[in-house]
Design a protein around this ligand. Structure first.
Ligand code: GLU
Length: 483
C-alpha cells in the first residue's frame, strides 16, 4: 500500500503534490518522488527515506508546472532505494508512472520488453508500465493513437491489484489514472482536478469526489474529468459530496495523528451509540424494564438498537463467519466472543487472506461478516466476493447473507454487500488503529445485542443493563485519558 497523488490545474503542482503526500505519508514512507511536465519535458525528483528528504531536494529545483504526479512508496519489489522510488519512466523520459500495488505478471512483461531493447533501471514491478505505454505509443504512432488509448491498452496487459497515475510529455495537458483493485479517488475543484489513493489528501481542496471502481480509467484535463472502462467505453459518474472539514486531517495540538485519534475515542463511541441506540435507551434501565413489563407479552417490541438490518436475517442463523485482516481481525476475535456469549450463535473468525485459498466447507444459514476499516482491504473483499459466488447456485438454506463493518460507507465493501454497519469514527491517519478499532468493538456490541434482542437469548433487563453500561463508556474513557 502506498500513497498516490496527482494534480492538474492552475497552481504550482509540486506544492499541491507535496501537501497531498504529507496527508498520505502513513501509507508508505521508504521513499518518495514526484514528476511534472515543464517546457515539454518530464522533470522528476525522487528521494530515499521520509518525505522531508524529498522536500529538501525540491527546495533546490524550480518546477513551475501546473500538472504532476507524486508517490510515497511502501516497497514490494526492490529495496527502498532512490532508483526504485516512483515515478518510473520509459527510456526516452516521455512517460512517467506512479503505482500502488503489485503487477503480478511483471516478470513476463519485463522479459518481453527487454527483448525489444528496453533497458530497466530499477528492480520494481512498476517499471514495466512506462516502458509498455511507450512501446504502444511508438508501435502505433502511425495510427495516431492517443495517450488515453495507449494507457488503456497497457492496463489490459497488467495482472494484479494496482492503481496508477501517468504523465506523458507529449500530452502535457492530460493526466491519466486507472484502478484495478486498489483505491483511487478523483477530486473535482474549480478548474483544477486532483487524484489520490485516499481521500484525506483531497479534503483540503475539495469536497466533491469521484471514486473509481475496478476496471475504470480516467482522463483529467484542465477542462474536466472523463471516465472510461478498460474496454474504452465512456461512463457517466456522479460525484459524491464529502462531509469532512479540512481540519479533520490536521494534527491540531497533538504531536502525532495517533495521539489525536486516541483522544477522539470517547467522542467516537458517544457518536456511535447516539446513532444506533433508540431514544428510549435514554431512560433508566429500570424504567424501561417496567415499561416493557406493562406491555403484553406477545406484543412486538422494537429493538433498542437500530442497525437497519432486517430482523429476518437473524432468525434461523446457525453460524456466523467473520472475514478480516490485521487489526480488524483482532476486533473480530472480540466480536466472536460477544456474538457467542450474548447472541448465542457459533462464530468463526477467518483471516481473509487464508480464507481466499482455504475456505471453510459451506454451512447452511450462515451470516458472513466482512470487517475492514477502509472498506478496501483486497483480501477481505476477495474472500467476501468468493463467499457470495460459491453460494449462488447452492440450495436456498445456503443463500449468502453478507454484512459489512466499515468506517467508509462509500467504500468498495459497501458496494459489495447489501448491509453495512458504519463505524462512524472519521478519518484515521495514524498507522496503528486506535479509534477505529474501538468503533469496531462498539459495532460488534450493538450487533450482538440487536441479535440477542430478536433471538431472545438474553433477558431484556440484562440487555438493557448492558446498554446502560455502554452509555457510561465515553465518560469513563475521558476520565482515563485525563488521568
Ligand atoms: N510494487 C511497487 C513497488 O514496489 C509499488 C509498491 C507500493 O504500493 O508502494 O515499488
Amino acid at each position: 500500500m502506498c500513497g498516490i497523488v496527482g494534480y492538474i490545474g492552475t497552481q504550482v503542482a509540486s506544492d499541491i503534490l507535496i501537501a497531498g503526500l504529507e496527508k498520505l505519508e502513513y501509507r508508505g514512507y521508504d521513499s518518495a518522488g514526484l514528476a511534472t511536465i515543464w517546457e515539454g519535458n518530464i522533470h522528476s525528483v525522487r528521494a530515499k527515506g521520509k518525505l522531508y528528504n524529498l522536500r529538501e531536494k525540491l527546495a533546490q529545483v524550480e518546477m513551475p508546472s501546473s500538472i504532476g504526479i507524486g508517490h510515497t512508496r511502501w516497497a514490494t519489489h526492490g529495496k527502498p532505494e532512490e532508483r526504485n522510488a516512483h515515478p518510473h519512466q520509459d527510456n526516452q523520459g516521455r512517460v512517467a508512472v506512479v503505482q500502488n500495488g503489485i503487477v503480478e505478471n511483471y516478470r513476463e512483461l519485463r522479459e518481453e520488453l527487454k527483448a525489444k531493447g528496453y533497458e530497466f533501471k530499477s528492480d520494481t514491478d512498476t517499471e514495466v508500465i512506462p516502458h509498455l505505454i511507450a512501446d504502444i505509443l511508438i508501435a502505433k504512432s502511425s495510427e495516431k493513437i492517443t495517450f488515453l488509448d495507449a494507457v488503456i491498452k497497457a492496463v489490459n496487459r497488467l495482472d494484479g491489484a494496482f492503481a496508477i497515475a501517468v504523465l506523458c510529455a507529449d500530452s502535457p495537458n492530460e493526466l491519466i489514472v486507472a484502478r484495478q483493485q486498489a483505491p483511487l479517488s478523483i477530486g473535482l475543484g474549480q478548474g483544477e482536478f486532483f487524484c489520490a489513493s485516499d481521500t484525506p489528501a483531497l479534503v483540503p481542496y475539495t469536497q466533491a469526489v469521484l471514486s473509481l471502481e475496478n476496471g475504470e480509467i480516467a482522463r483529467l484535463t484542465h477542462l474536466g474529468v472523463e471516465v472510461y472502462t478498460f474496454t474504452g467505453e465512456r461512463l457517466h459518474k456522479v460525484p459524491r459530496i464529502l462531509n469532512w472539514s479540512p481540519s479533520l486531517v490536521e494534527k491540531h495540538v497533538f504531536k502525532h495523528f495517533m495521539l489525536k485519534e486516541i483522544h477522539e475515542q470517547p467522542g467516537v463511541v458517544r457518536d456511535c451509540l447516539q446513532a444506533y441506540l433508540n431514544q428510549d435507551c435514554e431512560l433508566e434501565a429500570e424504567q424501561i424494564s417496567k415499561k416493557l413489563a406493562q406491555k403484553s407479552a406477545d406484543q412486538k417490541q422494537t429493538s433498542p438498537i437500530n442497525l437497519s438490518i432486517p430482523s429476518s436475517w437473524y432468525q434461523d442463523l446457525e453460524q456466523i463467519e467473520i472475514l478480516a485482516c490485521g487489526t480488524s481481525w483482532h476486533a473480530s476475535l472480540v466480536g466472536k466472543y460477544l456474538l457467542e456469549q450474548l447472541a448465542g450463535i457459533p462464530t468463526i473468525v477467518q483471516y481473509a487472506s487464508e480464507a481466499r485459498y482455504a475456505p471453510t466447507p459451506l454451512r447452511p444459514h450462515t451470516l458472513t461478516i466482512g470487517v475492514t476499516q477502509s472498506g478496501e482491504t483486497a483480501d477481505t473483499l476477495a474472500s467476501l466476493a468468493m463467499e457470495q459466488q460459491r453460494r449462488i447456485n447452492a440450495p436456498p438454506q445456503y443463500a449468502a447473507k453478507l454484512l459489512g463493518i466499515t468506517n467508509r460507507p462509500e467504500s468498495s465493501l459497501a458496494q459489495l454487500v447489501p448491509h453495512i454497519i458504519d463505524t462512524r469514527a472519521g478519518i484515521e491517519i495514524g498507522v496503528a488503529a486506535t479509534k477505529t478499532f474501538v468503533a469496531q468493538l462498539i459495532a460488534f456490541y450493538l450487533l450482538a445485542l440487536d441479535m440477542a434482542w430478536h433471538r431472545q437469548t438474553l433477558p431484556k433487563s440484562r440487555l438493557l443493563e448492558i446498554i446502560k453500561d455502554l452509555r457510561q463508556l465515553p465518560t469513563q474513557m475521558e476520565q482515563l485519558l485525563q488521568d
